[in-house]
Ligand binder design. Structure first.
Ligand SMILES: [Zn+2]
Length: 344
């Protein structure tokens, strides 16, 4: 492990979540059952905020906190902040009954514009009647990718009704970052939408697809989801996978297994913040992979992003994975010219 590598500050994290309770007119939403869920408290703590602080200062406080931590990071220079659209019912209306959490595009685009080290990851539910117009709007507002969480947004990536949406995504050159594998972070989920093979439809239409978490965990049709994803790489040159969440306690062996398949030219660095900032992730979970000195050095690192980079490097993630974002243009900016590869 070489700590001096941290000093390069060349990395873009393309998988960072924010959340809010609607404070300050943000439009963010967390369902009442989720606010009573034990995970809610853990997420708030991981964001570094308290509920009363959000009520007082508004949900923008979460974005400010992320920006400050990224600014303090010695390794990561920018982060893509992900919006999250809600569930849409049969008549095309937002269905708050079925929506677990929602982070509006307008909120993320507006807040990200205040912080040069943050980028806009949009989310448009393709079942909205005006989905195509919304897509144009988020691109005009500087979106660098589109994010889906199919299991909780009730989106079937293999639904042929989505073909016009995929065609426009491809024309706009906007990568689709979509959770694959089983989703356990939320209390309501439809896991079968996480089968990576359901991504063949957008891929066959030329869309760049990033399978979040490399399709860990779970099985589809009796086969390990990650293996189902890996089998697809030779067929689809525009298929990528992010390595976010792969150091979590519930996924300890997946990163090693993934790297053994020699697909690192399709892997992209991401963290799934705030989960890297919880007890789910610790170098102490790798007593047979890391020396005691490495564990101590990583554990002593106070910045969650630097700690994540150190841990993933120590576990053998190749250097090119940390700068893969350049191949997809994720660090691009709108007018400000904020970010060209190698900038600080
Ligand atoms: Zn995520």
């Amino acid at each position: 492990m070489n700590d001096s590598l941290l000093l390069q500050k060349t990395i873009v994290d393309m998988h960072v979540h924010v959340a809010g309770v609607g404070a300050g007119g943000s439009g963010c939403y967390v369902a009442p059952h989720m606010r009573r869920n034990w995970r809610y408290r853990i997420y708030l703590r991981a964001f570094g905020v308290r509920e009363q602080d959000l009520e007082l200062h508004g949900d923008a406080l979460v974005v400010q906190t992320v920006s400050k931590l990224i600014a303090e990071s010695r390794a990561v220079k920018q982060a893509v902040i992900l919006a999250l659209d809600g569930v849409v019912d049969g008549s095309g209306e937002l269905d708050l009954e079925q929506t677990v959490t929602c982070v509006p595009n307008e909120f993320v685009a507006g807040e990200v514009a205040r912080h040069p080290n943050l980028l806009f990851g949009a989310s448009v539910n393709p079942y909205r009647p005006d989905a195509l117009q919304r897509l144009e709007k988020v691109v005009a507002d500087g979106a660098v990718l589109l994010k889906w969480l199919p299991a909780i947004q009730h989106i079937d990536p293999a639904d042929r009704r989505l073909v016009p949406f995929y065609r426009r995504l491809q024309e706009l050159g906007l990568p689709l970052l979509t959770h694959a594998g089983h989703e356990r972070s939320f209390s309501r989920a439809a896991p079968h939408y996480g089968d990576p093979q359901r991504l063949r439809l957008p891929l066959s239409l030329g869309v760049t697809v990033i399978a979040a978490h490399a399709a860990t965990t779970g099985k589809s049709e009796g086969e390990d989801n990650m293996l189902r994803l890996i089998r697809m790489f030779p067929d689809y040159p525009k298929l990528y996978a992010d390595i976010s969440s792969l150091t979590q306690a519930n996924k300890l062996f997946f990163l090693t297994r993934l790297l053994r398949h020699n697909v690192h030219d399709r892997l992209i660095y991401g963290t799934d913040f705030p989960l890297i900032n919880t007890a789910l992730v610790s170098p102490c979970y790798y007593p047979f992979r890391l020396s005691l000195g490495e564990v101590a050095r990583i554990a002593a690192c106070s910045n969650p992003w630097d700690k994540d980079v150190l841990l993933k490097r120590a576990l053998g993630v190749p250097e090119d994975v940390f700068t893969r974002w350049e191949d997809l243009g994720l660090g691009r900016s709108t007018e400000e010219g904020l970010c060209s590869p190698g900038d600080d």
